[in-house]
Design a binder for this molecule. Structure first.
Ligand code: B12
Ligand code: SF4
Ligand code: SF4
Length: 348
């Protein structure tokens, strides 16, 4: 069985995944913590997380008779951060290249097809991000890394700049089950650096997280978060940027970024986004995982970043555009955000 597991890992590595491992399809060891997290409403508007808690906690409910979970990781994120042009808003590193959902799934399906040829009686189900499964917990148990206090999976050579995918299968493989280790010791850098105090060790209050607010939250962003959002137009990388495991060590420099994550854009021009129509948004986000952010969400984010820009820089054109959007915004979310931004600017 061990040999079969090694073959699976080799199949994954042949598809250019940076890391791969196999684990028993057990229930989550953090059932109570997860249920408590949901009970406290820390998922915010992500009501899809409340719907299938049972499935999320037990892969046998996702695939009947599931015996193993094959875990893979892609490395993304260039070591060096490019200088952002003035008047732009930042995009989180994971979203700067091609959509990982598509790219990873395609390669996972190739692995599934190979395995199906070998084990025709068995079922193989590829999942990337959107399926109700705790990808980080399985990946940690499969030996792909350890979970940090910021709740992300990290590993020595790639740090936490990795995206995860899994194959849930009815085939029993020998597991690389490893003990969950603490990669943080007394470090608290991510907790201290988070501008919205969203992190308590190994738990994130999504409602406060800039990543959630700019990507998942579809309605008005509470003005109390505007200043903390800074220049983040889509997502946030602060807790990862400060992590000692993500510093550019010699080992990290060697680990290849998968070519599909080579950045095509690291930031967006604030004025452009404020003036986008649906066609311009679609064109800008073609092939990118950013397409999940609707036009009005992107303009809401751009307005907040514009407000922060205007507290430090002169730009009569940008100010005039915010004033115009406050009076005749194309959607009420945009109009309301423009009003919130102006109110804050006037109070400064
Ligand atoms: C919902 C979600 C979000 C939410 C909530 C994030 C969160 N921390 O849960 C929001 C929108 C905020 C978000 C943000 C981001 N996300 Co996200 N997200 C997800 C998603 C879809 C589900 C995660 C989930 O189930 N969360 C619910 C909570 C309760 O789960 P949990 O933290 O795992 O909770 C467990 C632990 O707290 C544990 N626990 C409790 N006590 C203790 C103690 C110890 C010692 C340990 C080890 C564990 C532990 O118990 C809980 C139950 O297992 C996953 C994909 C997936 N299907 O897994 C991607 C995923 C986690 N996201 C990912 C990424 C890249 C991001 C961002 C970096 C994007 C960005 N740059 O903006 C940020 C990072 C923010 C952060 N610090 O977490 C990657 C992470 C890869 C990695 N290296 O870990 C994933 C795996 C997607 C993927 N396929 O690669 N995300
Ligand atoms: S992604 Fe940003 S806001 Fe969210 S926990 Fe990390 S530092 Fe805090
Ligand atoms: S910054 Fe420190 S506490 Fe946070 S995940 Fe990295 S090592 Fe752990």
């Amino acid at each position: 069985m061990l040999e079969q597991s090694q073959q699976v890992v080799d199949l994954c590595l042949a598809q250019d995944f940076a890391l791969a491992g196999v684990v028993v399809a057990n229930e989550s060891a953090f059932k109570q913590e997860f249920e408590e997290w949901i009970k406290q409403g820390k998922q915010g508007e992500m009501e899809w997380m409340e719907r299938n808690v049972g499935v999320r906690l037990d892969p046998k409910k996702l695939l009947v008779d599931a015996k193993s979970v094959i875990c893979v990781a892609d490395r993304y994120g260039d070591i060096e951060e490019p200088n952002m042009p003035l008047g732009h808003g930042k995009i989180a590193r994971y979203a700067r290249g091609q959509d990982y959902h598509k790219g990873m799934k395609k390669r996972l399906h190739i692995v599934c097809d190979e395995l199906k040829k070998k084990y025709p009686e068995e079922t193989f189900k590829a999942c990337v991000d959107t399926a109700p499964i705790l990808e980080r917990e399985f990946a940690a148990r499969a030996g792909l890394g350890a979970i940090g206090k910021h709740t992300l999976l990290l590993e020595q050579s790639v740090g936490s700049w990795m995206l995860l995918g899994v194959i849930v299968t009815t085939k029993e493989f020998a597991a690389s089950d490893v003990e969950v280790v603490d990669p943080c010791a007394s470090c608290t850098r991510c907790i201290d650096a988070c501008p919205t105090d969203a992190i308590t060790p190994w738990e994130l209050d999504a409602r406060k997280c800039i990543s959630y607010l700019t990507i998942e939250h579809r309605t008005q962003i509470d003005p109390k978060f505007h200043e903390s959002i800074g220049d983040w137009m889509f997502g946030c990388d602060i807790c990862q940027e400060v992590c000692p495991h993500n510093q550019p060590t010699a080992k990290a420099q060697q680990a290849e970024v998968h070519p599909s994550y080579k950045a095509t854009h690291s930031s967006l021009d604030i004025m452009d986004v404020l003036q986008w129509d649906e066609e311009a948004r679609r064109k800008a986000f073609q092939g990118s995982s950013m397409k999940r952010a609707k036009l009005e969400m992107m303009q809401r984010n751009a307005l907040i970043v514009a407000g922060n820009f205007l507290t430090k820089n002169e730009s009569p054109e940008m100010y005039a555009l915010v004033v115009q959007m406050a009076s005749e915004g194309p959607k009420s979310l945009v109009q309301q955000t423009a009003k919130d931004v102006l109110q804050r600017l006037m109070l400064l």
